[in-house]
Structures are given as C-alpha cells and as structure tokens.
Design a protein around this ligand. Structure first.
Ligand SMILES: [Zn+2]
Length: 89
C-alpha cells in the first residue's frame, strides 16, 4: 500500500454498473400492497421476493381474494449493481 506524500493522492475512478457476473445475486421481483387503510397508512403486505416475475403477481391475486378492497400494488425489482474500480491498483 502506498503512502500519500506532500498532498499528492492517488486518483481512483469508480464506475457503477449492473452486476451480470455469474456469481452475482439474482434479479428478484416482489409486489407490495399500496392500498391505504383506515388511518391513511399503507397496508404494507408484501410478497416474498422471487426470481420469477409472475410469482408475485400470483401473490397479488391471493391478497385481493383476502382483501377485496386492496386493488393498488407496486412491483419492487431488486437488480444487483457493482462498483468497478478503474485506474492503477
Ligand atoms: Zn393490502
């Protein structure tokens, strides 16, 4: 490891990119219920994350069956990104 001298510091450029490496975490999909309840807070019910985007949609239909007035949802997608260091090591 080098020691900074006389105020000179090593410059390192970082690039942020989607992580598509073989060992990267998978992209996951989830649905959450946005319906406002009686005291104006969101229902907060949420499906398990899944790598299959249709599974959370199935969950939403199940949630609607249990709560017929809950008709507003958001899809939550988690996509891994990684910081990539460029420049001298
Ligand atoms: Zn709900």
């Amino acid at each position: 490891m080098s020691t900074p001298a006389r105020g000179t510091f090593r410059f390192v450029n970082w690039t942020l990119r989607p992580d598509r490496d073989d060992d990267a975490p998978p992209v996951t999909y989830a649905f959450r219920c946005l319906t406002l309840t009686g005291n104006d807070t969101e229902c907060e019910a949420r499906s398990e994350p899944s790598t299959d985007p249709t599974e959370p949609q199935t969950w939403a239909f199940g949630h609607l069956r249990e709560h017929p007035e809950h008709t507003s949802y958001a899809e939550v997608i988690e996509r891994p990104w990684v910081m990539w260091r460029e420049g001298p090591a």
